[in-house]
Write a protein that binds this ligand. Structure first.
Ligand code: 1GP
Length: 241
């Protein structure tokens, strides 16, 4: 097992709570990066995820290179598409959208990615990605043309996550979607966590310190927050080390 995954597991075994700040190359403005990174470095953030639903070619690489000038935190690609794979990051979440039935996001894009990954030293982390209904349509839903799982059907979500683990995925990511109206319900986090023996990532619509704590207390090992920092980087001040 390579470094990023190993460190996630070792932090979890020590009871540490992990926070990834999601930076979307399409949304973050180059001129604010330096100040943004300064605040990020003073916060409890442990990882940086980079990715977006629609990103121009090369913008991901440019952003990753710039982020590395400001931090030693691990940079993990969370790609919306194959074009967002760059060797400059530390790791790649190799996402299978197991809440949907679109073959493109279950296997086809992965096959396309292989020619890039064969030449790369990126740590590839097989990740079961589960989109959960949040009250409005999200970009992931539009781009992938898949239907999120109903938040009412907890058992289906638990079974989907467990199926991902049994298929050999190393992480499960419960996603309400970027800018979600409602984050993943705590009951769902709790039920999924009880069933899994692999780390659990939760993201989408988390905007307050209380929501972050609630997600951890319900069983999230790593929480991902993007929009709240994008809209107001003062949120970092509430999450100082
Ligand atoms: C989206 O889970 C991430 O893929 C983060 O969501 O932007 O709503 O924080 P937010």
């Amino acid at each position: 097992m390579k470094a990023v995954q190993k460190n996630i597991r070792s932090s979890i075994s020590k009871g540490e709570q992990l926070l990834a700040v999601l930076m979307d190359p399409d949304k973050i403005k180059p001129k604010v990066i330096s100040e943004f990174m300064q605040k990020l470095n003073q916060s409890i953030a442990t990882h940086i995820f980079v990715g977006g639903s629609t990103v121009n070619d090369n913008d991901t690489k440019a952003l990753v290179v710039e982020i590395k000038r400001h931090t030693n935190l691990p940079i993990v690609l969370f790609p919306g598409d194959v074009t967002q794979i760059t060797n400059d990051a530390n790791a790649l979440l190799f996402l299978s959208l197991i809440s949907g039935t679109n073959p493109d996001y279950l296997i086809s894009k992965h096959i396309t990615a292989v020619s890039k990954l064969r030449k790369s030293s990126l740590e590839v982390i097989p990740t079961g990605y589960i989109l959960i209904e949040n009250g409005k349509q999200t970009s992931v839903e539009k781009v992938t043309k898949t239907t999120p799982l109903s938040r009412q059907n907890v058992q289906q979500i638990v079974d989907t996550a467990k199926a991902g683990e049994l298929l050999g995925m190393q992480l499960i990511y419960l996603e309400a979607g970027s800018g979600a109206l409602h984050p993943v319900p705590l009951e769902i986090i709790n039920s999924v966590k009880q069933e899994l023996s692999i780390p659990l990532i939760v993201g989408g619509g988390i905007r307050t310190k209380k929501q972050l704590k609630d997600a951890y207390n319900s069983g999230a090992d790593l929480v991902v927050i993007g929009t709240a920092f994008e809209e107001d980087d003062a949120f970092f001040d509430e999450l100082k080390k």
